[in-house]
Design a protein around this ligand. Structure first.
Ligand code: DHB
Length: 279
């Protein structure tokens, strides 16, 4: 979803506060051959291969989406600072309210994690993009790193406005009959319930070490999951795979569940809960 105005509009009508687009690059890409997605016991494994219509064609999608009031976070991927900057400028000119730099797709050659595992590149790309545009810049980072805190700090030094943590966890599924990996790309990214404790740990560690806000993502399917992320240090959360488990109105459901929990526990304001686990 989130590759076209139609699916994004449906999400906007279902209670989301903002929408993150599918990651968009300079040129149209078909992505990998199928199978690209498989449901496992506790989550989803995917390797889509960054399929997208390319930034030029995406203009039309954003234009259509601008008819809704929803805030748009344009996710972009590039292989170097100039590509990211060109994409960010276009997203801004189309009317995106913020950009999210994808430095964490776990299986695309020359993109994502290959860039997002080097603090110098993360810092250089973030600061170049920041200097080129006026809308906020978020940096989405990977859990598949030993130095996640160092990467988050590099983004903060580059003047990122927020860190988004986490992207999917590198994983594989083998088919016993075929005795080969199920995904055409063999390796994919695991999302959904199984990765929530990994995401919560990453958000906790990052928030001990950076001052900018963190957007928590990874395995959130209900209000209590979202609250866990916030108590660990996230100021906002994103939901992806949760749509598969609880339908498109998961956003309304999660908001209601957060409200119910807050009422029961005598909280009036979500900000009272952000980072409380550190105190
Ligand atoms: C894809 C995977 C990711 O983890 C991501 O952040 C963006 C795109 C993909 O396979 O298309």
């Amino acid at each position: 979803m989130d590759e076209d105005a139609g699916s994004m509009k449906r999400i906007a009508e279902c209670g989301a506060g903002a929408i993150v687009t599918k990651s968009i690059g300079l040129k149209p890409r078909d992505g990998y051959a199928n199978p690209t997605l498989v449901e496992l016991e506790c989550g989803l494994l995917n390797a889509m291969g960054l399929p997208n219509p390319g930034i030029e064609s995406f203009k039309e999608e954003i234009k259509k989406l601008k008819q809704s009031k929803i805030k748009i976070i344009g996710s972009i991927f590039g292989s170097n600072a100039s590509e990211f900057t060109e994409l960010a400028k276009k997203m801004e000119s189309y009317g995106a309210d913020a950009v999210e730099l994808n430095m964490s797709c776990p299986h695309a050659k020359g993109y994502g994690l290959e860039i997002g595992s080097d603090p110098k590149l993360v810092n250089g790309i973030t600061s170049k993009v920041k200097r080129a545009i006026n809308i906020p810049v978020f940096v989405k980072i990977s859990p598949n790193l030993m130095n996640i805190v160092e990467i988050a700090k590099a983004a903060e030094r580059g003047k990122a406005d927020a860190i988004v943590a986490i992207n999917t966890v590198k994983a594989m599924k083998i088919d016993l009959d075929l005795k080969m990996p199920v995904l055409a790309n063999k390796i994919g990214g695991y999302s959904g319930r199984a990765i929530k404790p990994i995401g919560v740990r990453c958000v906790y560690e990052i928030s001990e070490n950076v001052k900018i806000p963190i957007i928590g993502v990874g395995g959130i399917t209900n209000g209590e999951d979202a609250l866990e992320y916030m108590i660990a240090g996230a100021s906002a959360v994103q939901i992806g795979s949760g749509l598969y488990y609880r339908e498109i109105d998961i956003f309304k459901k999660v908001c209601k569940e957060i409200q119910n929990w807050m009422k029961k526990n005598n909280y009036n304001n979500l900000s009272e809960l952000v980072g409380v686990a550190h105190k």
